[in-house]
Design a protein around this ligand. Sequence first.
Ligand SMILES: Nc1ncnc2c1ncn2[C@@H]1O[C@H](COP(=O)(O)OP(=O)(O)OP(=O)(O)O)[C@@H](O)[C@H]1O
Ligand SMILES: [Mg+2]
Length: 245
Amino acid sequence: MRPNVQSGPGIHVQDMSHNIGPRRILDRISLQLDAPRIGVIGRNGSGKSTLARLLAGLIEPSQGRVLIEGVDVCKDRRAAISTVGILFQNPEHQIIFPTVLEEICFGLRQLGRNKADARDAALATLTGFGKAHWLDASTETLSQGQKHLLCMMAVMAMRPRWLILDEPFAGLDIPTRMQLTRHLENCGVNLVHISHDPRDLAGYAQICWLDRGQIRAKGDADVLSAFETEMIHEGARDDLADLAG
Ligand SMILES: Nc1ncnc2c1ncn2[C@@H]1O[C@H](COP(=O)(O)OP(=O)(O)OP(=O)(O)O)[C@@H](O)[C@H]1O
Ligand SMILES: [Mg+2]
């Protein structure tokens, strides 16, 4: 089946809203993004993970749509899986198989690769990361940092053009964080990196600030500075109402 190509390169979010039950989580988001490194910044509960899932086509927006490289990522799942991948905030939400080999092969099989071909590609990816000896390892026994790396390898093996990173390094130590970041930045994939921490997005060309389900600002590094200034101001208050949900 031919991909459902409907617009130009990059990411087009077209008047998208998303409700969960009676609550509006994202409200009329429109974005046109085409830089190779895009940052999305926002507070806890602002809707970042919901936006990440919508960008990856994993959930259907209540209104509007997301086109990536012209592919409607929710409606055309076959084209979407080679267009966009996602790394979740928590690797436990991503890993579903008992062994590393099965975990990496799953996505490759979804792309239509046969069993032997998928195994070869999985091994090549593991070898590229210096982890060929992980092939038959149990996913359950991996440390948190190792699970993050496995998720990254599984998604990289599928060679998507875009990768959505939903705070993928929370809880990792500094060297692991630096190493995984370096891998991501050198692998030639376009990144949408979602974080609550401006330090993660230093040097990114396009920044979107998500605030209570809406785009508060779009632009360059100035948006990060404005966000940081406001966060420090908010942090000086004692009110935890924003976490109440
Ligand atoms: N499955 C769900 N059912 C009900 N409410 C939800 C669900 N998922 C998210 N929400 C609500 O939607 C809002 C946005 O959640 P989301 O996880 O997208 O925020 P976030 O910016 O990723 O937060 P964090 O920085 O804490 O990861 C929150 O108020 C949350 O309570
Ligand atoms: Mg989140």
